[in-house]
Design a protein around this ligand. Structure first.
Ligand code: SF4
Length: 330
C-alpha cells in the first residue's frame, strides 16, 4: 500500500513547520500550501518551505478573504479577523488543490486548546465540517486527541508517529523544533493585519464608505494616514517619500500636493462632497514644510479631466494640526 500524500498548510510559524516534519516521520509525502492576500504575505511560508525542502503551492486568497470580511458567517475575532471562516475556507481551497493534484489529505499545524476561541475541540470540528473535508483533514500535532482520519484508518499514515500536544505551553514544540533541527520561525502571533486594531479601523471605514471592490484601495490600507472628511470623502496622506511615490500613481478622484514647499502627496479615495476639498487641502498643508514659508501654503488638486485647482492655506491654519484629529481614522 502506498504511503499517503498530504498537502500541509504552511504559514512559516513553528507549528506549521512541525506539522510537515511529523507527517514525514509518519511516512507521508508532503507538499506545502500557503495563501497570499494584501492582509498577509506568503514570504514567511516561502522561507519555511525552502528550509523544510518541500514544494510550496501559493494560492491568491484575496477574493476569498475580502468576501469573508464583507460577510463572515462565524463573525470576527478581536478585530476585523474572520478567523473561523478564513481558516475553513483556506482548508477548503487546499482540499480543492488536493483533489486536483491527486493527494490524499490536507493537514494543518493546529494544536488543540492552544487558542481558547479558535482551537478548541468544538471549533476544530466546526472548521472540519465547514471545509467539507471530513476524514481528510489531519492535525498531526494533536491527532491522538482526535478521531483517526481516513489515511490513518487505511494505514497509509502511521498514527503511532502522530502526537497529542494540547494547551498553550510551547515547551513540547520548542523541544521538537530542536529535535527536527528547525531554527528559524517567527513568533506565533502576528503576520495577519486583520488582527491589528488600527488596521481593522481603516478596513472597516473603507468597507462602510467605498466598499472593498477596488482591490488597489484594499492594497493601500497599509499606506498613509487616513481621514474621513465631514462630507463623507476619504483621504490618504503619504507619510514619507516612498508612500508619496505610491500615491502619485493611483487612479483616484483627486490627487493633492503642496506646490510651494515640500509636503506629502494625498489621494482622495472618494469625493462625496466638493466642500471636502478645502479641508483636504488644509490637511495636506498641515503635513507640509509650511514653516519654511513666509506666505500661505499653496495646495494643488488634480482631478481627471479637469483643470488643476489651487487652494491657499494660511500658515496659522496649517500649524494647528490638533483640529484634524476629529477626522483622522488612523
Ligand atoms: S489570523 Fe488572519 S490569516 Fe489567520 S485565520 Fe485569522 S484572519 Fe485568517
Amino acid at each position: 500500500m502506498q504511503n499517503a500524500k498530504g498537502l500541509s498548510l504552511v504559514s512559516g510559524g513553528l507549528d506549521s513547520q512541525l506539522a510537515v516534519k511529523v507527517l514525514q516521520r509518519a511516512g507521508a509525502y508532503v507538499e506545502g500550501v500557503c495563501f497570499a492576500t494584501p492582509f498577509f504575505s506568503a514570504d514567511a511560508a516561502r522561507k519555511a518551505a525552502a528550509a523544510l525542502d518541500v514544494t510550496l503551492h501559493v494560492i491568491d486568497f484575496t477574493d476569498d478573504e475580502i468576501a469573508l470580511v464583507e460577510n463572515p458567517p462565524h463573525g470576527f475575532g478581536g478585530a476585523m479577523n474572520p478567523c473561523i471562516d478564513c481558516h475553513a475556507t483556506m482548508i477548503r481551497r487546499a482540499g480543492e488543490l488536493m483533489d486536483k493534484l491527486g493527494f490524499d489529505f490536507v493537514a494543518t499545524g493546529e494544536v488543540m486548546g492552544q487558542r481558547p476561541m479558535s482551537q478548541n475541540k468544538q471549533s476544530l470540528a466546526t472548521v472540519e465540517k465547514a471545509s467539507g473535508l471530513k476524514g481528510r483533514l489531519v492535525r498531526p500535532l494533536s491527532a491522538l486527541l482526535l478521531e483517526p482520519t481516513i489515511p490513518e484508518q487505511e494505514g497509509r499514515l502511521d498514527r503511532s508517529k502522530l502526537l497529542d500536544i494540547h494547551g498553550r505551553s510551547r515547551e513540547t514544540q520548542i523541544s521538537l523544533a530542536k529535535e527536527f533541527g528547525i531554527v528559524d520561525y517567527p513568533s506565533p502571533a502576528g503576520g495577519c493585519k486583520l488582527t491589528e486594531e488600527g488596521y481593522g479601523r481603516k478596513l472597516k471605514d473603507l468597507l462602510v464608505h467605498e466598499g472593498l471592490g477596488n482591490r488597489r484601495y484594499v492594497e493601500l490600507l497599509s499606506t498613509g494616514r487616513r481621514f474621513r472628511l465631514p462630507g463623507g470623502s476619504g483621504l490618504i496622506v503619504g507619510r514619507d517619500r516612498n508612500e508619496n511615490a505610491i500615491l502619485q500613481n493611483i487612479d483616484a478622484p483627486a490627487i493633492l500636493a503642496s506646490e510651494n514647499c515640500p509636503g506629502p502627496t494625498a489621494v482622495m479615495t472618494s469625493l462625496a462632497a466638493e466642500s471636502d476639498l478645502q479641508l483636504a487641502a488644509e490637511i495636506v498643508a498641515s503635513y507640509s514644510k509650511f514653516d519654511r514659508l513666509e506666505t500661505d501654503v499653496t495646495v494643488k488638486i488634480s482631478r481627471p479631466g479637469a483643470a488643476v485647482q489651487k487652494y491657499a492655506v494660511e500658515r496659522s491654519l496649517a500649524a494647528d494640526r490638533s483640529r484634524l484629529k476629529e477626522w483622522q481614522i488612523c
